[in-house]
Design a protein around this ligand. Sequence first.
Ligand code: ATP
Ligand code: TZP
Ligand code: MG
Ligand code: MG
Length: 263
Amino acid sequence: MSFITKLRENNPLIHNITNIVVTNFTANGLLALGASPFMADAHEEVADVAAMSGAVLINIGTLNDHAIKAMLLAGQSANKHGVPVVLDPVGAGATAYRTEVTHRLVSELKITALRGNVAEVANVIGEKWSIKGVDAGAGDGDHVEVAQKAAKKLGCIAIVTGKEDIITDGNKTYIAANGHPILTKVTGTGCLLSSVVAAFLAVAGDSPLEAAAEALSFYGVAAEIAAAKTAEQGPGSFQIELLNQLSLLTPEEYGKLSRIREV
Ligand code: ATP
Ligand code: TZP
Ligand code: MG
Ligand code: MG
């Protein structure tokens, strides 16, 4: 059975501590996919919410000290209860504050999967890579090498996204080639993707790497179909159609269009 089928059958609860830009889009994207979003960041309840969830998503997009404490409390509770944790280090490397906070999160929490653009993932493991705000900057390093290094250093699944997506645990590496450039013209498509990875990890069982790889490929296929359907319009229509396709894309159609390979 594919992970998407399991996800839609199980409707996992996904705890999101995310940024104010993408909160609504993320909740709607998870609902469309077949998961159940729960946005909660009060210090009084985050440990309880994490413990009852299928996975926890930590996204540092609009970081502040309140959010950091919420992330640590939720992450510790998730670790204690065996709940997978996904970290999206939005803008790591853009400011010292963001870089230092990601270093603290990966040292104090057991992260199941780290998902970011190449600059963010490089900066999380202490490597310099230029970044422009929250968008990947220029840089000519090897993306596969950065992902594998991050996975080995942190003992987690590392996912580096861009034109092609790299999903690795440091030993086994997949490249997912689906997707469309228009994804970069809608804010929050990376953030939603990280929550989608969390939803797949919630139903991954013993195969988190394969579930993460399917998450990347499934999202890329949904984006390709949405881009084709809205080719005559613009990013606004694409954003809505992406939500539609996350809901409508069948495992069979996904299987036909998925372009994923092991390297
Ligand atoms: P950034 O801020 O650098 O845009 P992000 O966090 O938004 O990073 P992306 O790397 O843009 O994340 O990845 C989000 C989605 O967009 C992924 O599914 C990825 O495959 C897709 N994507 C990004 N760039 C391209 C591209 N040039 N062609 C096809 N798909 C892309
Ligand atoms: N500013 C802070 S968080 C954020 C912006 C624009 C959203 C970033 O979303 P994504 O998915 O990384 O493009
Ligand atoms: Mg983006
Ligand atoms: Mg991002």
